[in-house]
Ligand binder design. Structure first.
Ligand SMILES: C[S@@+](CC[C@H](N)C(=O)[O-])C[C@H]1O[C@@H](n2cnc3c(N)ncnc32)[C@H](O)[C@@H]1O
Length: 222
């Protein structure tokens, strides 16, 4: 497995103004890379944190069948309005994934909402309830236990994640998620993405420390 790739940190799709302040989308090139590598035309592709729909839109462009879950209603509506397979985006909570009408999928790629270890609000409930980093990691594992039940045998599951730095303190998010999900899925290793076209005015990259590269953690369901 190649463990280091370079991709353009460019989002081609224009998005409405209301989403521009929190544009945490995948670059389309990332989704294209993994769909080329792990899927073929007609395969089903799942993104359990659909966000603004990058995985789903790229999957359709490449002749794959997308399925997604998104917690935010405004993001869900945006995806639904722009997706051809309109019934395949679900407004919901991936902790309840098994309640939704999604078939067994061939491939899953997703990026969870991130959490620093000193934060006290639950990102999986849109910060409306209290939460801890330990609970967040447990919930992430619960979500991927659901994903495991929605995947075909021997399929691949990719999680895109970064380590974070806030106030000089590093949260080893990528490594912690890797360890947590390794309890339930077979960890095949990481692919490190070196992002080009980062905003050079911010020395540390696009959002700050750690965002000039990503860890794509590759798991298999076997
Ligand atoms: C990092 S963004 C994903 C961006 C996406 N990869 C894209 O390219 O647009 C994470 C998304 O997860 C959603 N989310 C947070 N908690 C969730 C939950 N419990 N179930 C489903 N989606 C959730 C957030 O609303 C956010 O849109």
């Amino acid at each position: 497995m190649r463990t280091h790739i370079t991709l353009p940190n460019v989002r081609r799709r224009k998005i409405p103004e209301e989403f521009k302040d929190n544009d945490n989308r995948f670059a389309e090139s990332l989704v294209e890379y993994f769909l080329e590598k792990y899927t073929k035309k007609g395969d089903t592709v799942l993104d359990i944190f659909a966000g603004l729909g990058t995985t789903l839109f790229v999957a359709e462009e490449m002749g794959r069948i997308p399925f997604g879950v998104e917690y935010s209603e405004t993001r869900y509506i945006y995806i639904k309005e722009n997706l051809q397979n309109k019934e395949n985006i679900i407004h919901g909570d991936s902790l309840k994934l098994l309640e939704y009408d999604i078939p067994e999928c061939d491939f899953c790629i997703a990026s969870p909402i991130y959490m620093n270890e000193d934060e006290t609000e639950n990102p999986y409930a849109a910060y409306t309830t209290e939460g801890t980093y330990v609970q967040y990691l447990e919930d992430t594992r619960k979500i991927y236990s659901n994903v495991k039940k929605k995947m075909k045998p021997n399929s691949k599951i990719v999680i895109e994640v970064s380590n974070l730095k806030k106030g000089g303190v590093v949260t080893t998010l990528a490594w912690d998620i890797g360890k947590e999900i390794s309890k339930i899925l077979n960890f095949e290793g990481e692919i490190i993405v070196n992002w080009t076209n980062n905003n050079t005015e911010k020395a540390d990259g696009f959002y700050g420390y750690g965002y000039d590269h990503s860890y794509c953690l590759v798991f298999s369901n076997n």
